[in-house]
Design a protein around this ligand. Structure first.
Ligand code: ATP
Ligand code: MG
Length: 582
């Protein structure tokens, strides 16, 4: 491709609202443009990368007998009613009506549609297992679209779904998909880590997220040298070693006026006590009944863990009036001391069902918390003497200082960008959508399912986030939009264009893709653009090199440039091809 005729509008400056490195570089390198919040156009250079990633994904899924399909993005409400997700999905689901007032949504995912497709045409165990996948646009009306195509509203996803006769078969295929994902991200040239994940609203019972390691990632990962790795939303923590304190050292309980101080930060600053001394008190409604959860002041409560401990189907933060009814005070002033006697009967809620305390509170002595009185906190709180929870559990989000649940060594924390996720779904969707088959005993049973997503457009951005420098992008060769930049210097000088054409033809003959900068531009402009676009290899043809019968070869990721004899070009390119495993 000749640059003089290529739609590549590079920019000196990124738009002011570009909020991370990859989106800045994608704009500047002429890969994308913004149409509306979270909605992007992909220009030719960008699309070439997207297609490279797509092809790698397709090849690896085909290797494990995946079969590609193409599903509609406009999906009827009735199907979503069958799984109950029309109500549950909330505002992220973009709903639309046709001219007959029938309701539809724009696909955020496709469990309903694919399960409907399979229930229609698969009826016997002999037709199982099957792995179906598609590439397509998804729309999620994200509350805060950001980081360009990384958290967009419309994005490009590969979604795969597998259907099995047994749980055991689903487990075997889960491993196959996991392996395919490893191959995909390795081939894309990414540093990534599969981590245990919470299955969230998709449901199911086992899940992994594939994280591209990057300091700017939105997800936090807890890692241990023993190999344990999990999203901090999911990571379990080992109970810390017991600490005991002589009860004679317990301070007396005392109420302190703390007017208008609702947060742990405010109160600990005012009392001149460490946040780790705070007993953070939160109320939730678990399937409609109030529960109290206590975590240490420097920890965040993890709602998924709490929901599991309570075996609750639904858990929501309690509204203010529940605090008033159960603790007799506003949120921010509730605490565990004597809580069960604070209930005000006759208000529109039941009494407190249970009090769950995080393990870490076993190590808090002379703590402080709300006094169950407006504008008041209590200091000198001690477990056993002043409060006794109904149960202890791990209910906080893994944090600095926490120990690995497997080997009890301290976690290391890293940040990551979630590029893919795999789920074992069990029979969640096949039951609600009645996707059944006849087993060997001629009994009708629901299929066991798995689903597996990859954010193809997010993967492109993640690759840039992980590999760039002050000049621009540094593409891994496998997903680069072209492999070579061919830069002709002073195109009007004699022999430059004809020799460049010869190099261009040789590169193609050797099986490489090339973007040839044949423009009538200053060398500085050409080198800047080449570095910005970040193709892995660059060849420069100039009067200076030609007089020695040579060209200049440089890798984008390295500083040193080499001289290559033009006559040796075919040999050099053959060597490079071998080195790249092409
Ligand atoms: P996140 O937690 O980042 O919101 P998710 O867990 O909701 O993502 P999945 O339902 O697992 O996403 O979707 C599969 C993949 O699609 C994700 O792993 C991610 O790579 C990609 N993806 C999800 N949401 C977006 C988005 N808003 N923009 C771009 N890619 C996305
Ligand atoms: Mg996910």
């Amino acid at each position: 491709m000749k640059l003089s005729n290529y739609f590549l509008p590079t920019l000196r400056e990124a738009p002011a609202d570009a909020d991370n490195i990859s989106v800045k570089l994608m704009f500047r390198a002429g890969m994308i443009r913004k149409l509306a919040s979270g909605i992007y156009e992909w220009l030719p250079l960008g699309l070439r990368v997207l297609k490279k990633v797509e092809n790698i994904v397709r090849e690896e899924l085909d290797k494990i007998n995946g079969q590609e399909v193409w599903l509609p993005v406009i999906q009827p409400k009735e199907l979503w009613m069958e799984t109950g997700r029309w109500q549950i999905y909330g505002k992220e689901l973009l709903r639309i009506q046709d001219r007959k007032d029938s309701e539809f949504c724009f696909a955020p995912t496709a469990e309903e549609v694919i399960t409907n497709m399979v229930r229609r045409d698969v009826s016997s165990y002999r037709q199982l297992p099957i792995l179906l996948y598609q590439f397509g646009e998804k729309f999620r009306d994200e509350i805060r679209p950001r980081f360009g195509v990384m958290r967009a509203r419309e994005f490009y996803m590969k979604d795969a779904y597998s259907f099995h006769a047994t749980e055991a078969d689903s487990d075997v295929w889960y491993q196959k998909l996991y392996g395919a994902y490893e191959s995909i991200f390795t081939r894309c040239g990414l540093k990534y880590k599969p981590v245990e994940a919470d299955s969230g609203p998709i449901g199911g019972n086992q899940s992994h997220e594939f994280m591209v390691i990057a300091d700017t990632g939105e997800a936090e990962i807890a890692l241990c040298e023993c190999g344990y790795a999990a999203n901090t939303e999911k990571a379990e923590t080992a109970e810390p070693p017991a600490r005991t304190v002589d009860p004679s050292k317990f301070a007396p309980l005392k109420d302190v006026a703390t007017p208008g101080m609702y947060t742990v930060e405010d109160v600990s600053r005012f009392l001149k006590l460490n946040k780790k001394q705070a007993i953070k008190t939160l109320f939730f409604l678990a399937d409609g009944e109030p529960v109290m959860a206590l975590v240490r002041g420097d920890h965040e409560l993890n709602e998924n863990k709490l929901r599991r401990v309570l075996s609750a189907a639904e858990l929501e933060k309690a509204p203010q009036h529940i605090y008033e009814a159960v603790a007799g005070c506003p949120a921010g002033f509730a605490g565990p001391v004597d809580i069960k006697n604070k209930y005000v009967p006759g208000r529109d809620t039941k009494p407190l069902k249970t009090v769950i305390a995080d393990y870490a509170l076993k190590g808090v002595f002379n703590g402080f918390s709300g006094a169950n009185k407006n504008d008041t906190h209590t200091v000198g709180i001690n477990l056993g003497r002043d409060y006794t929870p109904d149960a202890f559990a791990d209910i906080h989000a893994a944090a600095e200082g926490d120990l690995c649940p497997r080997c009890k060594k301290p976690f290391i924390f890293k940040r990551g960008i979630e590029v893919g996720q795999t789920f074992k779904l069990g029979t969640k969707y096949s039951k609600s959508l009645k996707c059944e088959f006849l087993d060997e005993r001629q009994q009708s049973v629901p299929m066991v399912m798995g689903c597996y997503g990859i954010g193809v457009s997010r993967t492109v951005a993640a690759a840039i986030e992980q590999s760039n420098d002050e000049w621009g992008i540094i593409w891994p060769a496998s997903i680069a939009p072209f492999e070579f930049s061919l830069v002709s210097i002073e195109t009007e000088a004699s022999g430059i264009l004809s020799q460049s054409q010869a190099v261009y033809d040789q590169l193609h003959a050797s099986g490489f893709s090339v973007l040839w900068d044949d423009r009538d531009e200053r060398p500085g402009v050409k080198f800047k653009d080449a570095d910005l676009i970040g193709l892995p290899f660059r060849i420069v043809v100039s009067a200076k090199t030609l007089k020695d019968g040579e060209c200049e070869f440089k890798r984008r990721a390295e500083k040193t440039a080499f001289r290559w004899k033009l006559a040796e070009l075919p040999v050099k390119l053959a060597e490079l091809k071998t080195a790249l495993g092409k």
